[in-house]
Design a protein around this ligand. Structure first.
Ligand SMILES: Cc1cc2nc3c(=O)[nH]c(=O)nc-3n(C[C@H](O)[C@H](O)[C@H](O)COP(=O)(O)OP(=O)(O)OC[C@H]3O[C@@H](n4cnc5c(N)ncnc54)[C@H](O)[C@@H]3O)c2cc1C
Length: 413
């Protein structure tokens, strides 16, 4: 019967990092992965480029993780973005920081990240068991027996659960960990999609499919009250809207949609101008270039497709001349530029979410060691833990940081 000091269940970034770190403490470690390869989800991150972390400060990391932020403090202090850079550079893979603070491998290829992780696993003599789905955890006298789908059994002194969330199931994260942990009396907070595209009611949004808007502001309202506004990039799709800004706001919007059927958002297409400033500019332009068609005047400010949409929503004929436009019509155009309205009626299912919100309750995990407060010798790492961060490399840093801390403590124990 194979016996190990530490068994790590799940070969994603969190599990791989946990296995490497535990093994560096001279422990006999096995990494158990149900798929035939490691890190399948990592390969699709950042559109295949892997936005592995962000150059934000620790304070910002803690802030953006919201309710989970304080819990993650010891993890981030143990292994942070600078440690990540050093970790990969030690094996010859340089990371680069882009203007928005997002950090990627210099190769722009996620497989280079996996390649380095595999070198570390080999160097630290971690046994990797592929095509090995863990289906049951038995505990006797504080020692663990892991039962695999093929009925083999692995014994271990300590285990680290790193089976991820429940989105993009083809990558392997299908929620097995949550089922096993419920049987060990752990509380699983409601699993919800986070960082997920939104479905909108308006047909014009679908007609704009493929259009990306950079540096716009999205404001969202609940019960006619402004709740939040943020700047960023959005993408129109065949069902509604996506892109980094929408994905980030989706965490809150999905939460609100639990209690109401729809939610209004407004896209400020020209956030750099106050409404009064833009009104003055439009008045001047409509006067000076009064002989031009409205659609040609507006093309100075907006893309062709948006001009068509705005004129159609204002019910103004696109060939109307600037000097034939009434004050009321100009104000309608202005209102639409400063707040193109969309009605969010849902989100894509959790399968299409980049991250799962919810998971093992942080009240039941010691934040300093990531050991369970219910089952001694059981540790957690990665997305399996309740909460999630925004786009920008924050979630992979969470996976590596918690993987490091869990691996270190399981390795020391
Ligand atoms: C399309 C997409 C793009 C993304 N882009 C980014 C990005 O650019 N930057 C960023 O920070 N984050 C990104 N994320 C999020 C990021 O991928 C996750 O936060 C991260 O992968 C979580 O790591 P993890 O190790 O906890 O879980 P996972 O990566 O999900 O790994 C879990 C592993 O456990 C294995 N497993 C599950 N059950 C069992 C079992 N019963 N027995 C054995 N093994 C099991 C799975 O096969 C899997 O390999 C993206 C996610 C998606 C879907």
């Amino acid at each position: 019967m194979p016996r190990y000091d530490v068994a790590v269940i799940g070969g994603g970034p969190a599990g791989i990092m946990a296995a490497i770190t535990a093994a560096r403490h001279k422990k006999n470690v096995i990494l158990i992965e149900k798929k035939g390869c490691l890190g399948r989800k990592v390969l699709i991150t950042g559109n295949g480029r892997c936005n592995i972390t962000n150059n934000a400060s620790i304070e910002r990391f803690i802030r953006v993780f919201g309710k989970q932020g304080n819990f993650l403090k010891p993890s981030f202090f143990s292994f942070f973005n600078n440690d990540m850079i050093e970790f990969f550079e030690q094996k010859g893979l340089r990371l680069k920081t882009e203007d928005n603070g997002c950090i990627f491998p210099i190769t722009d290829n996620a497989s280079s990240i996996i390649k380095i992780l595999k070198i570390y696993l080999l160097e630290n003599k971690v046994d990797v068991n592929y095509n090995a789905r863990t289906v049951k955890i038995d505990i006797k006298k504080n020692k663990f027996s892991l039962i695999l789908e093929n009925n083999t059994c692995i014994y271990s002194e300590r285990i680290i659960m790193a089976t991820g969330g429940i989105s993009y199931k083809k990558t392997g994260s299908s929620g097995d960990g949550f089922k096993m942990l419920k049987k060990l009396n752990h509380t699983i907070q409601l699993l919800k999609p986070a960082l997920v595209p939104l479905i909108v009611k308006e047909k014009f949004a679908k007609d704009l499919k493929g259009l990306t808007l950079q540096g716009v502001k999205v404001v969202y309202h609940k019960d006619r009250k402004k709740i939040k506004s943020e700047l960023g990039d959005i993408l129109f799709t065949h069902f509604g809207v996506s892109g980094p800004l929408v994905l980030d706001l989706s965490r809150d919007i999905v939460f609100c949609l639990q209690f109401q059927k729809k939610l209004e958002i407004f896209i400020d297409l020209k956030p750099e101008y106050k409404i009064e400033e833009l009104e003055k500019i439009l008045i001047t332009e409509f006067n000076i270039k009064g002989a031009l068609k409205l659609k040609n005047i507006l093309k100075q400010f907006l893309s062709n497709r948006l001009v068509e949409t705005i004129l159609s929503l204002s019910a103004i004929h696109p060939n109307r001349k600037g000097n034939q436009t009434s004050n009321e019509e100009r104000r309608t155009v202005l209102r639409l530029i400063k707040g193109l309205p969309l009605t969010v009626i849902g989100s894509l299912p959790i399968e299409n979410a980049m991250v799962t919100d919810g998971g093992v309750s942080i009240d039941e995990i010691n934040s300093k060691t990531l050991e369970s407060k219910i089952v001694p010798g059981l540790y957690f790492a990665g997305e399996i833990i309740d909460g999630c961060g925004p786009c920008g490399g924050f979630n992979l840093q969470q996976a590596f940081s918690t993987g490091y801390l869990a691996g270190k403590n399981a390795g020391l124990g």
